[in-house]
Design a protein around this ligand. Structure first.
Ligand code: ATP
Length: 365
């Protein structure tokens, strides 16, 4: 449906490109999430697709047609921003109707479409209100409805939920994904929130520093991150990442004694998710993780244990780093209250290995 070919953006006066040449394909009906930290180039990518920005190189194709030089209005894409950009003196109905008026859709058809779209997003009893009299979530629904009513070939979302409080954001996230699935319209969704990316996307494209790091299903990105950046970015609490030295098939660092796969060399970085650590002695073939409990956070359903490496094993530098920040996290079910020196085991299948220099995940590990 959408193909980006070597799409690149350099702003005058800056050394690094805002977006390094990006190649990406989005299938018809797919919801692709572009995710990454602030400044990674995700909004730039979206604005290039919308036609609000000219690429420095490369192009955007929509259903095989090159969009270069085609104005935003004629691209048949509808964009929803984080600021809702509603007309304050128009009612909800008039706001939703606006794109249809611009296209000179006859009044009767317009009214019918506005009613149907308002019902779709749960605004049918708010049609006569002004935006000032709506909640943040309702305003976001109006913005959505105004995009939906156009029946575009593609939706482009730029952090549409980021102005809302956490609870509402979670609710609208579910609403929005089910609406998009029902409509079946292709969509590209930009967010810095990895939880939105994981829960909403058919696929997730992770960007950092203007460069695509990985594009894959949420599950693949979570379980098989392409490199250290993706590993650290996706998942809360974050994956434990630890530099290790490898000797005779075992990987070591203060508190860690792990079975290492063959062919790793002398140094690597090991990664493992907090939920894969279990209290207790490791059995044969499992990894051994020991540490001093520095803090315990119980959330009810789970407990997060923050561990520092055993003091006796840490170098002075590591011990002082451990004093500043909890270095390792374990996620235990329910309420748990480990204290003092504590031992965990981890299955070797849950260990991921990354190249010490490049940070790339080592295939087959
Ligand atoms: P955020 O989540 O903060 O919006 P982002 O990932 O969407 O970040 P972009 O807005 O795409 O990032 O910006 C990417 C880079 O390009 C940043 O370094 C930014 O400073 C730069 N940039 C964006 N727009 C312009 C502009 N009009 N002129 C110059 N530099 C720009």
């Amino acid at each position: 449906m959408i193909v980006l070919r070597g799409l690149e953006k350099r702003f005058p006066g800056s050394q690094a490109p805002a977006l390094a040449p990006l190649d990406l394909e989005v299938a018809e009906g797919e919801l692709l999430v572009l995710v990454g930290p602030s400044g990674c180039g995700k909004s730039t990518a979206l604005r290039l697709i919308a036609g609000l920005e000219e690429p420095s190189a490369g192009r955007v194709e929509l259903q095989g047609r090159d969009l270069s030089g085609i104005s935003p209005e004629r691209r048949d894409v509808a964009m929803v921003f984080q600021g809702y950009a509603l007309y304050p003196h128009k009612t909800v109905a008039q706001n939703i109707a606006f794109p249809l008026e611009m296209r000179r859709v006859p009044a009767a058809e317009r009214a019918d479409k506005v009613r149907r779209t308002a019902r779709l997003v749960g605004l049918e009893d708010k049609l006569d209100r002004l935006p000032g009299g709506l909640s943040g979530g309702e305003r976001q629904r109006v913005a959505m409805a105004r995009a939906v009513v156009r029946e575009p070939r593609v939706f482009l979302f730029d952090e549409p939920l980021s102005n809302l409080d956490a609870k509402l954001r979670t609710e609208l996230r579910v609403e929005l994904s089910s609406l998009l699935r029902r409509l079946g319209t292709t969509a590209i969704y930009v967010t810095h929130d990895q939880a939105e990316a994981m829960t909403m996307g058919d696929r997730v494209a992770v960007l950092d520093g203007g460069r695509l790091q990985q594009v894959a299903s949420p599950r693949e990105v979570y379980e098989r991150p392409a490199n250290l950046f993706v590993a650290g970015f996706v998942g809360t609490p974050a994956m434990n990442l630890w530099p290790v030295t490898i000797e005779r098939g075992r990987a070591h660092a203060p508190g860690l004694d792990l079975p290492a796969p063959e062919g790793l060399g002398e140094r690597a970085t090991v990664g493992f998710r907090p939920e894969h650590l279990h209290l207790g002695e490791p059995s044969d073939g499992e990894g051994d993780v020991r540490g001093e409990v520095r803090a315990v956070e119980s959330f009810g359903a789970e407990t997060l244990v923050h561990l520092a490496p055993p003091e006796a094993e840490a170098t002075p530098h590591e011990a002082s780093a451990a004093g500043r920040a909890a270095l390792m996290r374990a996620r235990l079910p329910g309420f748990a209250a480990p204290t003092g020196p504590t031992r965990f085991r981890i299955g070797r299948e849950h260990l991921l290995w990354f190249d010490a220099e490049s940070g790339a995940r080592l295939e087959g590990t």
